[in-house]
Write a protein that binds this ligand. Structure first.
Ligand SMILES: C[S@@+](CC[C@H](N)C(=O)[O-])C[C@H]1O[C@@H](n2cnc3c(N)ncnc32)[C@H](O)[C@@H]1O
Length: 183
């Protein structure tokens, strides 16, 4: 997996200009890496009925990188309960890692009928054409059931899709209905 290491956390809506100790996701110890990349992406944060969401600013074809999770990689034990809904875990160098992102990617909501997915570079990528003004949505729990779901992340899905799973409280393999190949 390609990871870009930079010497500072990228600016984001909430962390802009703040010193490390007062960031949205304070991490007191053991910052292993800082992942950051060039910005911006064709999305903006918006308000939705369940907090914030991420909205496309342009019509985007399949394969467009809509946003990217970038921030600090920490140990699970360093996470606070408020961090859990926002953390992205990924497998790297034979172990699970937790990425506390400080980019608008954290606002992308879940849908059981998504228009995007996360790729191996922690990017949110369009799996179907996304129109300007549409919310960018991916399946949070698309994985094998042997990966442990964090109970602190359980929520009632309000995506409204016909195939809505309802309570999101476990990983399950997700079969795309109309997904187009982007890789
Ligand atoms: C990564 S945050 C997404 C941004 C969040 N909406 C916010 O305002 O900060 C994940 C949390 O958003 C909420 N969420 C995301 N997708 C949802 C959905 N389809 N239905 C209900 N709540 C959802 C849940 O509370 C979830 O734990």
């Amino acid at each position: 997996m390609a990871i870009n290491i930079a010497n500072k956390v990228p600016n984001s809506e909430k962390n802009m200009g703040l010193p490390a100790e007062s960031r949205l996701f304070p991490c007191k110890t053991l910052i292993k890496e800082v992942i950051c990349d060039n910005r911006p992406y064709p999305t903006i944060p918006i308000n939705v009925s369940y907090g914030k969401g991420l909205q496309a600013t342009h019509d985007c074809p399949v394969g467009t990188v809509m946003e990217k999770f970038e921030g600090i990689v920490v140990e699970y034990s360093e996470l606070g309960s408020d961090d859990i809904p926002y953390v992205l875990n990924f497998f790297h160098d034979g172990q699970w890692r937790w990425l506390l992102a400080s980019t608008p990617a954290i606002y992308a909501n879940h849908s059981c009928q998504p228009n995007a997915k996360i790729n191996g570079q922690q990017e949110i990528v369009a799996i179907r054409p996304i129109k300007a003004g549409e919310q960018v949505l991916f399946v949070y729990n698309n994985d094998t059931e042997d990966q442990l779901w964090d109970p602190l992340w359980t929520f009632d899905c309000k995506c409204g899709a016909k195939n809505c799973q309802g309570l999101i409280n476990t990983y399950r393999p997700w079969e795309p209905v109309h997904e187009q190949s982007v890789e």
